[in-house]
Design a protein around this ligand. Sequence first.
Ligand SMILES: [Fe+2]
Length: 385
Amino acid sequence: MATVDVQTIPALPKANFKPIIQTSLAPKKSAHGATVFDPMVHLNYRAPENKVMMEDLDFSKDTGISPIAVSEPFTLFTEECIQRFREEVLSEEVQKNCAVESNIAACQVRGYAAKYAPFIYDAWNHPEVLAIVSKIAGIELIPQMDLEIGHTNISVKSEKDTRAELAAVEEQRKSYAADEGIAGCPWEDDKPILGWHNDSYPFVCITMLSDCTNMIGGETAMRTGTGGVMKVRGPQMGCAVVMQGRYITHQALRALGAQERITMVTSFRPKSPHYRDDVCLATVRGISNLSDLYHEFSEYRLEMLEERIRHQLKKLRGAHNAGKKTDTKQIKDFLVEQMEFLKRTDEELVLDELVVKGHQPIRDIPNAVSSSIEESTPKKKARME
Ligand SMILES: [Fe+2]
């Protein structure tokens, strides 16, 4: 059975939720009079120029469920769409009912879309958005669960702190120029927001809801199969990144000089029930409404099993009706696979009383390539510009 850390969680200061971009700029209705998500109005898709493959990270292409590791940031939504996202996610109702804090993040907003944010919910369920995300991911995807639609991380600093941060960066930049770069790139802050980790779900689409014009850093660093590190740029406002985060050990590097950083993270799983499902709920149990999380998780896992059994039955009857010999080995293999699937489903449902509210274990790395990745020295360092 999966275990949880039962230590007491220290209280964290509440984040300042006042948005920097005032939402009154957003029109209530689009030029086409749309009040719902309308791809003609709200999509501004430009395909990413590059994608990093699993093999580029020194993993075999079947390490995950797709040969794609991560995309470059790409333009996905219009400014108007981002304003609508912000309106919903920063609404009083959502902030009051769906903001959660944990040991690693002062403010996350989650589990709100189906109930309070129809625009966000429609956007991430729209066939055109799903087609784009699927095309980039190299596999047909659907949202992981309603609960994971539009999970949003909010970080807001005071104007004074942001100015001081930028001034410090400028100072460092000057001394770097004087040193002709002997000390490396000192104005880049390589400290991560949270440690190396694997996501709970196969794929994520990370969308930036803030203006990052003055932001420095904010990249995503990924471990390669040989212990090296590769970095990809963070997205600008309205842009997104698609990543196979369950199978890549990664961390988000700190962003400097941004007064506000709001990112929306929607998780995805394959549409077909026949792919393996390695979901691990460890990082989301402590920050979710457990009843909702376990309902949605159990429901889709059982639906997968239902479809797999239907498919197996069809095969069994088809072979029999065609006068073929019963394939004992195939049936046994199927049964063993489904028993493992049920066992994993059961293990993920940690009893409610054992789950520590507000706790997110940051070293959930069951598929990590090295057990000591915090200490290991990168063998090579690549960067995708
Ligand atoms: Fe992640």
